[in-house]
Design a protein around this ligand. Structure first.
Ligand SMILES: *[C@@H]1O[C@H](CO)[C@@H](O)[C@H](O)[C@H]1NC(C)=O
Length: 260
């Protein structure tokens, strides 16, 4: 499980998950009624004016942290100086939008401060906040990702890590990402034990990476020796849950795909 460090305030990790078809067997919670990921149908989302823009503190601040091949995903921890404040929200695996899938998804995981571990936090339905960003294949390389991608060769094996020096949040979340436009719903962790403890935020703007850059992530190995490719958890039923949208004006993500 991610984040077994004490007092973790957040972590950025690029998520590529294992064996979804076995998950129901791993934990009964994975068969629950409020699971993630879900398919977001943009024509059915409910505009919610209370969902105000996100603010990232320490966005340009450089830090050094371990980049880890956890055997399930690539994880980069964030220093506690970085804070992500969600507009008016109190307490603070492969998602699809209108059925569209994305080659990769990045999750910034926030655990409420009173909980030390993800396992402890899972008893409270809003104890974890995850910000999700979608990657999309682009013609040209995204140079801001070069540093991260060139470090991946040191962590091709599960349970290995390398220290990234001189990185900042702005290398991972492009300034072009519109922090005012996002989807919001209550769901679960996308890895066993799939605890239904997550407030999900999924940004509509996507992060570009070239085909070669995306392929580098696929060279990493999972615990079972398989490559980290096409191993997302399939979408789960909404079972009556509502998905909210932060803005009255909905620009469909699907239209972004047409420039590729
Ligand atoms: C990185 O790997 C070293 C050597 O295996 C290990 O001692 C250390 O705990 C690892 N660090 C993290 C953050 O996983």
């Amino acid at each position: 499980m991610v984040n077994q460090r004490r007092h973790v305030s957040g972590a950025v990790y690029i998520l590529l998950l294992t064996g979804p078809e076995l998950w129901g067997l791993v934990s009964q919670t994975c068969n629950g009624r409020s699971q993630s990921p879900v398919n977001i149908v943009t024509s059915k989302v409910l505009p919610d004016e209370r969902l105000t823009p996100f603010h990232f503190t320490g966005y340009k601040e450089t830090f050094y942290e371990s980049l880890i091949n956890t055997g399930h995903s690539v994880q980069l921890n964030l220093p506690s100086s970085i804070q992500i404040k969600e507009g008016n929200l109190v307490d603070e695996y492969k998602h699809t939008i209108d059925g569209e899938t994305f080659p990769m998804e990045m999750h910034i995981v926030h655990i409420k401060e009173e909980y030390d571990l993800l396992a402890e936090a899972s008893k409270d339905s809003t104890s974890v906040a995850v910000l999700g960003f979608f990657f999309q294949e682009s013609e040209s390389a995204n140079e801001k990702y070069d540093h991260l991608i060139s470090a991946l060769k040191y962590i091709s094996q599960p349970k290995t890590n390398v220290t990234l020096v001189g990185v900042s949040l702005d290398m991972f979340i492009p300034s072009e990402i519109d922090r005012t436009k996002y989807f919001h719903y209550k769901g679960s962790l996308t890895e066993p034990d799939c605890a239904e403890a997550v407030v999900w935020t999924l940004f509509e703007s996507t992060i570009p990476l070239s085909r070669n850059q995306l392929a580098t992530f696929n060279q990493l190995l999972f615990y079972d020796g398989q490559k980290m490719v096409n191993n997302y958890r399939p979408v789960q039923p909404l079972n009556g849950r509502e998905v909210y949208y932060s803005s009255g004006q909905l620009a469909l993500v699907s239209s972004v795909a047409s420039f590729i």
